[in-house]
Every structure is written in structure tokens, then in C-alpha cells.
Design a protein around this ligand. Structure first.
Ligand code: RIB
Ligand code: CA
Length: 313
């Protein structure tokens, strides 16, 4: 498999961290050019400190660039469920490493415009950074092979009945991205729910090694959301974008014509899929992951953590 150059845009976030660990565990697949952070699950400063603390704790060597602290038009609104810091649960030291001086927008633009080969953007937070990039520098579109997004949902939402948090947080940024013409692979709520980790599964990670222990502590906190609803599994939302690049064969996907609702309360940020019988083939702009072999998905996570754990033995 040809290595994939990626830029990892995130708002860590428990599941963002798990997605990063899975990518770092597979250097034969991913060349991570940099991490860009965006306000979403928590403030820009907190999500940036969170990823820097994880990078220090696991001795990763990846540059981090801070992006936007507020959505394009709305006020920031931290997600429920990730705690006060955005990464409650594990006790990590405050970061010793620092973000790069360069703004994420400049990093994204300069990296893209200088490339011969297009790269992949993995976007697992609100689409503020990517929306501003495409609005400001549309010439970079041809340098982006695809954008792998965690966001949206065809039949459901999470922050409202119809809106998923990332796209709800910055619907204007999302609309720019979905209308950009850049190929999108969307890990929406349908596939993220299908790949949920059982609470009897994540507890097996305890004591297995440094990376596994971190994921155990992350999900021992994050699983509280679903446990409080009497549900015995939790989504690892963002992990889906990475596993789909590693092994698309465990997923089922469908092409949809999708636009983003930017008005209204219940439907703010909704991925509106046009399912009318006369939808034109050329308007099908998004490959939406709709299902996954859950056993394979969880198996890939455990294998990735095994690989990382061995680094610290
Ligand atoms: O709705 C799930 C998304 O919102 C995930 O990316 C999670 O990290 C939060 O950002
Ligand atoms: Ca996220």
C-alpha cells in the first residue's frame, strides 16, 4: 500500500486521541506531516494542550499548529462529555512541548501549495480551519486528494435530533467544505455507532501497556456518557476516519449528494442528503460510510495499541 501523507486536524477530545494513536501505530500507512488544532470539544488552548500532553506522554514527534479559537460565525460551545479540560480522565502532565509559532492556516496553505502530489486531510473536529483554508486559498483544492471527515449523519444527530457536534459547531465552515468539490469521505454517526466499543471490551486495555492504559483511562471517563443512559457501548467516533484509510474493506459506504444546513435550531449543521429519485450522478459529492464489521474494527484498534505498547517495553 502506498503511504498516505496526512494533515491531522483535530479537537482532542477522547476519540481524537484514539484516532491519533491508531495513525501513529501504522507508519507503513501514514506519514503525519503535522497536527492542526481547532476549538470544538473544548477551547483552542485546552485542545492544543491536550494533544501536546499526549505527544509528550507517548514520546511522539509530530509538530502541532494552533488554528482557530472560534467558529466562522458562531460562538464556541464545548461539547458535553469530554469534561472540563476536554480530556478529563487520564492524569497527564502539563505539556513541556509547545505548538509551532506558525498558525495552522499558514501551515496548511504552505504545505499544500508546495506539493507535487496531493495529500489527505483527516478532519475530526469542527471544520473551521479547513473551511477558512478553502475559502481563502481555493487554489489548494487540487492539492487535496480527499478530506476524511468525522461528522454528520444521514438519519440522526447527537447534539440535536439531526445535527452532529462537529458540523453543528461550525456549520458555515462545514458548508464551504461540502460545497468545495474536494472528494469527501464522511464517517458519520451511522458508522461510528456501528463500530462502538463495548464497555466490557475497553476494560481489557487496563494494564496492557502505556498506550493501552491511556485509552483505558480515556474511555473509563468517556464511557460515562453512555453508561448514564443505560447503554453498554461507546462510540470512538474519530477513530473511524483512520481505520477506513488503513482497511476500507471492513466498511460499507454509499455515495450521497449532501449540503449543510446553516440556519435553524434543530437542524443547524445538519448533513442534508438529497434522496430524491432524480438526484444527478454528478451531484454525488460525499462517500458516506454507513456500516462496519465491528469485530474487525475493534480488532484493528487492539492491534494498533499492541504495536504502540511494544515501543515502551
Ligand atoms: O460528534 C462527535 C465528534 O464531536 C467527535 O469528533 C468528537 O471528538 C467531538 O469532536
Ligand atoms: Ca473530534
Amino acid at each position: 500500500m502506498k503511504k498516505v501523507d496526512i494533515i491531522f486536524d483535530c479537537d482532542p477530545g477522547h476519540d481524537d486521541v484514539v484516532a491519533l494513536l491508531a495513525a501513529v501505530a501504522h507508519p507503513e500507512v501514514f506519514n503525519i506531516l503535522g497536527i492542526t488544532t481547532v476549538a470544538g470539544n473544548n477551547t483552542l488552548d485546552n485542545v492544543t494542550n491536550n494533544i501536546l500532553s499526549v505527544i509528550d506522554h507517548l514520546e511522539f514527534d509530530i509538530p502541532v499548529y494552533k488554528g482557530y479559537a472560534t467558529p466562522m460565525r458562531r460562538d464556541p460551545s464545548p461539547a458535553a462529555g469530554h469534561g472540563k479540560t476536554g480530556l478529563d480522565g487520564p492524569v497527564l502532565k502539563p505539556p513541556s512541548s509547545k505548538p509551532q509559532d506558525k498558525h495552522a492556516l499558514d501551515f496548511l496553505y504552505e504545505t499544500l501549495i508546495s506539493r507535487d502530489e496531493p495529500l489527505t486531510i483527516v478532519a475530526i473536529g469542527p471544520l473551521t480551519n479547513i473551511g477558512v483554508l478553502l475559502m481563502t486559498y481555493p487554489e489548494v483544492k487540487e492539492k487535496i486528494e480527499k478530506i476524511c471527515i468525522m461528522g454528520g449523519g444521514i438519519y440522526t444527530g447527537n447534539v440535536t435530533q439531526k445535527s452532529e457536534f462537529n458540523l453543528w459547531h461550525d456549520p458555515e465552515g462545514a458548508k464551504i467544505v461540502f460545497r468545495s468539490g474536494v472528494p469527501i469521505v464522511m464517517s458519520g454517526l451511522e458508522v461510528c455507532h456501528a463500530g462502538g466499543i463495548l464497555h466490557t471490551e475497553y476494560v481489557k486495555l487496563e494494564g496492557r501497556g502505556r498506550a493501552s492504559q491511556l485509552v483505558f483511562e480515556l474511555y473509563d471517563f468517556f464511557s460515562g456518557n453512555m453508561k448514564s443512559k443505560g447503554i453498554d457501548w461507546s462510540p470512538i467516533y474519530d477513530l473511524t476516519t483512520i481505520l477506513q484509510i488503513i482497511d476500507p474493506s471492513i466498511f460499507k459506504s454509499e455515495m450521497f449528494s449532501i449540503d449543510i444546513e446553516t440556519e435553524g435550531d434543530l437542524c443547524r449543521g445538519m448533513t442534508v442528503a438529497d434522496q430524491r429519485p432524480f438526484v444527478k450522478k454528478e451531484s454525488l459529492n460525499v462517500e458516506v460510510l454507513m456500516d462496519v464489521d465491528r469485530e474487525a474494527y475493534i480488532g484493528m484498534l487492539f492491534d494498533a495499541l499492541d504495536i504502540l505498547d511494544k515501543r515502551y517495553q
